[in-house]
Design a protein around this ligand. Structure first.
Ligand code: ZN
Length: 153
């Protein structure tokens, strides 16, 4: 075999190897809306086992400002939910009602008002397959009905 043939083969192999490393990472996007009726349009989110990263796209479909009807998206283990709603209240609006640097918060978006959108990405390495997770809006009182189950696997 001549060099002229080997070089294109190596190039093709390198391309294939490149593609397979891209395929090994899969970002799964979830679109979610919050409304002026203090509701999400989803009460559960299922993340497939082959997702390596999750992107949550939150849109506030209402018109009310974030000071009166702010929405965010916070993910935590169900066992930490109650404590985090209290910690969020203490953190206040400047921190989007999310305690800063709190390891119990697995992922969160900022707080948005009507007409705004935001997003957050996090690796599924933060999740355990079959784990018990809740997502919720940490705006004071909203968590009572703006919450749902998140499952992975
Ligand atoms: Zn809210």
């Amino acid at each position: 075999m001549t060099h002229a043939k080997i070089v294109p083969m190596l190039a093709a192999f390198a391309m294939l190897a490149g593609f397979s490393s891209i395929a090994a990472g899969k970002t799964c996007t979830v679109e979610l809306q919050g409304t002026d009726q203090m509701k999400y349009d989803k009460d559960s989110i299922a993340i497939a086992a082959d997702c390596t990263e999750v992107e949550i796209k939150l849109k506030h479909a209402g018109a009310l400002p974030k000071t009166s009807m702010g929405h965010n998206w916070v993910l935590a283990e169900s066992a930490d939910f109650n404590a985090l709603t209290t910690a969020g209240l203490t953190a206040g609006p400047d921190q989007s009602y999310v305690p800063k640097g709190d390891k119990r918060v697995l992922a969160n978006t900022k707080l948005i008002g009507g007409g705004e959108s935001t997003s957050v990405k996090f690796p599924t390495s933060k999740l355990k397959k079959g784990g018990d997770y809740l997502f919720f809006c940490s705006f004071p009182g909203h968590w009572a009905q703006m919450k749902g189950k998140l499952t992975f696997g």
